[in-house]
Design a binder for this molecule. Structure first.
Ligand code: CAA
Length: 388
């Protein structure tokens, strides 16, 4: 049955997330963007309300939202501010590898840590020389007795400066390419240094740091899944989190669309509101379609996960389309505002800067096309649901 009708509970969840975005996020979003303010108090309130750690199962203290429900929440929060939404959502990315392959002990300890009190975790995959090409990473994990010793630097780490623990990908066999990568839970200690907070074009309220592990020792049982299976864990994680990014892109696009629509009804040129001009009407129409299709593709990719099915291509369709659409819609919103759109006193230039990261993080739009092309031209036979 194909049916995207939300249940009463799902509608209430959407309303709650929207209310939070409207009352807690929107009033400070532009100021926090300007100053690059870390939104600590908003994150704490989100945690209180159960808007953080949404996918954590009830048995580990979370609300156990479905992927569809997670996407609904992420669209609303991102409608408020995608930088703050990224900070709220980053625990979800860090914990997803545990959901894919983590032991019961690791899940109980580390998922529980995030739901018992307000704490943050970060996902550490990217390195200066390993962005799109994950297997080019240089961070190493060497087994010594009942420990692993981790050395290396990870960059562009969301919430990295504030995290209590990290999911870290490292080479356990340097000669084996993608088959030599493993995934670990790494608690923050004195050997972990935060080297840099990036000064970003957009999403300026979110924290993006370089994290370096200097002879960092962790118990051997902090390996997630099996040794040398980390690459697949990373790919399966991204299959699960890209719908969330697509939802955030939908939220940005919707915000830009709404601002542009309202402005077009107020701004008078040639004696009538500019909404009366077909040139503007067609831009508004295209924006509306892009928001609509972004949401449908996002929900489709999320529902497949909820059904326990592999969603690799649908996830990339949604992330690619919604990210590109957010960039286009935000750019057109600036166009509808004309010269005023270029000025920081008006709301849409922030959305245009924020939209750009949607085409970059969690796999660029080009990587999504690569995945879509491979899945189309040379479909891999992976059983459903995919396992490591
Ligand atoms: N599910 C399960 N297995 C998968 C898979 C999937 N979705 N995708 C690939 N695999 C498996 C393949 O079957 C293959 O298995 P075998 O070892 O058995 O052969 C293996 O993984 C290698 O696959 P590929 O040959 O396709 O690997 P590749 O090196 O060509 O890379 C890629 C593929 C799609 C380019 C991948 O590297 C990729 O997604 N890159 C982008 C990385 C990315 O998104 N980074 C974002 C970082 S996180 C972030 O941005 C968040 C933040 O906080 C800022």
């Amino acid at each position: 049955m194909v049916d995207f009708t939300l249940t009463d509970e799902q509608k209430a969840l959407r309303e709650m997330a929207h209310d939070f975005a409207e009352k807690e996020i929107r009033p400070v979003a532009w100021e926090y963007d300007r100053d690059g303010t870390w939104p600590e108090e908003i994150l704490r309130k989100a945690w209180e309300l159960g808007l953080m750690n949404g996918h954590t199962p009830e048995e580990y203290g979370g609300p156990g939202l479905t992927y569809l429900e997670g996407a609904i929440v992420e669209e609303e929060l991102s409608w408020g501010c995608s930088g703050i939404a990224t900070s709220i959502g980053a625990n979800g990315l860090a914990t997803a590898p545990l959901g894919v392959a983590g032991s019961e002990e690791l899940k109980r300890k580390y998922l529980g840590m995030l739901t018992e009190e307000y704490k943050l975790a970060s996902f550490c995959l990217t390195e200066p020389d390993a962005g799109s090409d994950v297997s080019g990473m240089r961070t190493t994990a060497v087994r010594k007795g009942d420990k692993y010793v981790i050395n290396g630097s990870k960059c562009f780490i969301t919430n990295g400066g504030y995290a209590d623990w990290y999911t870290v990908y490292a080479k356990t066999d340097k000669e084996a390419g993608h088959r030599g990568i493993s995934c670990f839970v790494v608690p923050r200690d004195d050997t972990v240094t935060v080297d840099k907070k990036e000064d970003k074009m957009g999403q300026r309220a979110s924290n993006t740091a370089t994290i370096t592990f200097n002879e960092t020792e962790i118990p051997a049982d902090h390996l997630i899944g099996e040794e040398n299976k980390g690459f697949k864990i990373a790919m399966m994680t991204l299959d699960r989190t890209r719908p969330g990014v697509a939802a955030m892109a939908t939220g940005i696009a919707r915000a830009a669309f709404e601002f542009a629509t309202e402005y077009s009804k107020e701004r008078v040129q040639f004696g009538v509101p500019i909404a009366m001009h077909q040139a503007i009407q067609f831009m508004i129409a295209d924006m509306a379609t892009k928001v609509h299709i972004s949401r449908l593709a996002t929900w489709n990719s999320a529902v497949l996960l909820d059904q326990g099915r592999r969603n690799t291509i649908e996830s990339s369709h949604a992330k690619r389309f919604a990210a590109d659409a957010a960039m286009e819609v935000a750019t057109d919103a600036v166009q509808v505002y004309g010269g005023y759109g270029f000025i920081k006193d008006y709301p849409v230039e922030k959305l245009m800067r924020d939209a750009k990261i949607m085409q970059l993080y969690e796999g660029t739009s080009q990587i999504q096309r690569l995945v879509i092309a491979r899945e189309t031209l040379l479909p891999r036979r992976i059983e459903e649901p995919a396992t490591v």
